[in-house]
Design a protein around this ligand. Structure first.
Ligand code: KQY
Length: 368
């Protein structure tokens, strides 16, 4: 595998939007007992349901440790799912995998961002994270894709969304957090995004969802549904701790212009809950110093925005919540050409994220 010293932009590559055609989606099998309750068994059932839902639309590769290979292979029995042995520290391939970039000659490459487990020793979620930091490189090696490595520049894929037409959306809470790239100014961070993803405009929301342990990843709060249109997690309840966050995001989005000069249309998606882990669910998570502790008192950062767009479909979480059907109908309205599939998301949420966080799309080669 080649590691390049140029940048995607200078080489004619850009990050496509998630709705552009995929060749496959990547996942990583959960087993970490200080993150997933009961040694990851309920999460494995949830991940299997997500993988099988995606596999109805496009191929899926699930990376799994040697110790879990047999189990994962047996559970993921589907003709569109490939199981691949790979070590990792946890199962968040949105953040540990590469961000794929494409050019107009049908080539696909990957950006391998440096990874520090969402904050390193300053609020990060576990230590060490060295095997997670190798996931992107290994995955690109398997696919024979050239790699751009941003040594010293920390970024997770869940902290960005693009429209494929030159605009990126992110949050200050995450990208300007002192536990990511404190040596860089906002302008210098924008510059890395411009050169590596070929975007021209960066829209900065102040915060992500309340209590999101990633420090406010945008993929749990706001996403593009097509160029010029975003879907924003929303509450009208001033008592909801998300209320000021939603208001602040709306202020930014209403005044933003994207790279094409468009004003954005903002669709609202209600926030489920309040959702909390039960005492029993928390008790099932191993206690390890330096890893995220679980408590029933903490409001979970559940969000219907944390879905994956696949070829012809939307794979979105449900929470056994009265708002599940409203979420489905909003997704049906904003994605009229896609089949909407809801998959239970609670077990993934208990681990700190949801469907978008545990998946990474690989774009199909494009010839234009
Ligand atoms: O949501 C994500 N993108 C990652 C969440 C990591 C949670 C680890 N406990």
């Amino acid at each position: 595998m080649t590691t390049l010293t140029s940048t995607p932009r200078t080489d004619g590559f850009r990050m496509p939007a998630e709705w552009e055609p995929h060749s496959q989606t990547w996942m990583v099998w959960p087993e970490r007992p200080d993150n997933w309750r009961l040694g990851g068994k309920p999460a494995q059932i949830a991940f299997t349901a997500v993988a099988k839902a995606i596999a109805e639309f496009e191929p899926v590769t699930v990376c799994v440790s040697a110790g879990q290979y047999e189990n994962a292979h047996a559970r993921l029995d589907h003709n569109n799912i490939r199981v691949l042995e790979m070590s990792s520290d946890d199962a968040w391939v949105r953040d540990t995998g590469p961000t794929f970039v494409t050019n107009s000659h049908g080539e696909v490459r990957g950006v391998d961002w440096a990874f520090n487990a969402w904050g390193g020793l300053d609020g990060g979620l576990y230590f060490p994270w060295s095997r997670d930091d190798q996931v992107a490189r290994k995955l690109l090696e398997v696919e024979g894709c050239a790699r751009y490595r941003t040594e010293g520049f920390i970024l997770e894929g869940g902290s960005i969304h693009v429209d494929g037409e030159g605009t990126l959306i992110t949050t200050e809470e995450c990208l300007l957090n002192r536990n990511r790239n404190p040596h860089l100014s906002r302008e210098a961070i924008e510059d890395v995004l411009r050169t590596h993803l070929a975007v021209d405009t960066v829209i900065w929301l102040p915060d992500g969802l309340f209590n999101d342990e990633t420090d406010g990843h945008v993929d749990n709060f706001c996403c593009y549904v097509r160029p010029g249109e975003v879907l924003l997690a929303w509450t009208d309840d001033p008592q909801n701790p998300n209320y000021p966050r939603c208001q602040a995001a709306m202020q930014v989005l209403e005044h933003a212009r994207d790279a094409k000069g468009r004003q954005l249309i903002v669709h609202k998606m209600p926030i489920p809950g309040p959702l909390h882990a039960t005492a029993e669910e928390c008790a099932g998570v191993d206690l390890v110093a330096g890893s995220q502790q679980r408590s029933p008192d903490v409001r979970l950062a559940g969000s219907y925005v944390n879905f994956l767009i696949v070829n012809g479909g939307i794979i979105a979480p449900s929470f056994d919540d009265p708002l599940d059907e409203e979420a489905r109908s909003i997704l049906t309205r904003v994605f009229p050409e896609h089949r909407i599939v809801l998959v239970p998301g609670r077990e993934i949420l208990l681990g700190g994220g949801n469907i978008h966080c545990i998946t990474q799309q690989q774009p199909a080669p494009q010839r234009t």
